[in-house]
Design a protein around this ligand. Structure first.
Ligand SMILES: O=C(O)CCC(=O)C(=O)O
Ligand SMILES: [Fe+2]
Length: 258
């Protein structure tokens, strides 16, 4: 296998299993962004209307060597851009995608269907899946891989299709390579008044929602429980000055075969 990534290329932070509690958000008022330090911790813990959204960040879940090895393995697979239909026009996704999982398992989003390649076609990914299953005490049957070639690649604000996932399951999201900003924004009517602010738009006062932002480092793990998809949207915005690739792997428990 060609080795594109060496272990020293991307640094990973030390792994600490016990996440801190919230309360350390630093607010940049002018931009209405909460910039969260990339330390182990809970980024979101918000309850409302019988839901509780919980997002946790674990830097250095994988060592930088494990991360580089997995990146090399993933580079050996062909990845393609999704094609969306927008008002009759074909649009390519601003990132490349590939799915692994129980062979043949399908996941549809935005009018696209992604069929999983078997776990055995990516041995290191399979190892990682087993490790996450142990640590998160949940079985995964699907892993969606995104490849962001550089800062020009992105994923827009969305929430993941919770109805296709096993009820109450959590998504385990692994980041490799370039450190990128991950943003979270509450959806309207979720009772998070501290996230709301008013903006004057053409003489009309409209309600806006503050953004929480955290850098996802090489080898890190981010977990999002199902209520996160009910109450929040997330994205990876484009960033100038980033010229290195990033992989993100979201391990999911889809309804279907395990
Ligand atoms: O790249 C990321 O960190 C997020 C990817 C994501 O949100 C998704 O694939 O649904
Ligand atoms: Fe997502």
């Amino acid at each position: 296998m060609k080795r594109k990534y060496e272990s020293g290329m991307f640094d990973s932070r030390p792994f600490d299993k016990a996440p801190l509690d919230i309360g350390w958000a630093r607010e940049i008022r002018e931009k209405r962004i909460w910039s969260l330090p990339s330390v182990p911790g809970t980024i979101v813990d918000h309850s409302h209307g019988g839901h509780r959204a919980l997002v946790r960040y674990y830097p250095g879940y994988m060592t930088r060597d494990e991360g580089a090895a997995l990146m090399n393995e993933l580079e050996g697979h062909v990845m393609t851009r999704d094609i969306f239909n927008l008002y009759g026009k074909e649009i390519e996704s601003p990132r490349k995608v590939l799915a692994f999982g129980t062979e043949g398992l399908q996941y549809s989003y935005s009018g696209m269907t992604r069929t999983a390649k078997g776990w055995r076609s990516s041995p290191l990914l399979f190892e990682l899946k087993k490790r996450l299953e142990r640590d998160l005490e949940q079985e995964f049957n699907y892993a969606l891989v995104n490849r962001y070639a550089d800062g020009g690649d992105s994923i827009g604000y969305h929430s993941d299709a919770k109805d296709d996932m096993v009820y109450g399951s959590t998504i385990g999201s692994i980041s490799l390579g370039d450190e990128r900003d991950f943003q979270l924004r509450v959806k309207p009517d979720q009772g998070l008044t501290s996230d709301e602010y008013r903006k004057d738009r053409g003489g009309r006062s409209v309600v806006c929602y503050r953004t929480r932002e955290i850098k996802l480092g090489h080898g890190s793990l981010l977990t999002m429980n199902m209520d996160t998809q009910v109450m929040f949207k997330h994205c990876i915005p484009k960033r100038k000055g980033h010229d290195r690739p990033r992989f993100n792997i979201t391990f999911r428990s889809m309804k279907g075969t395990f």
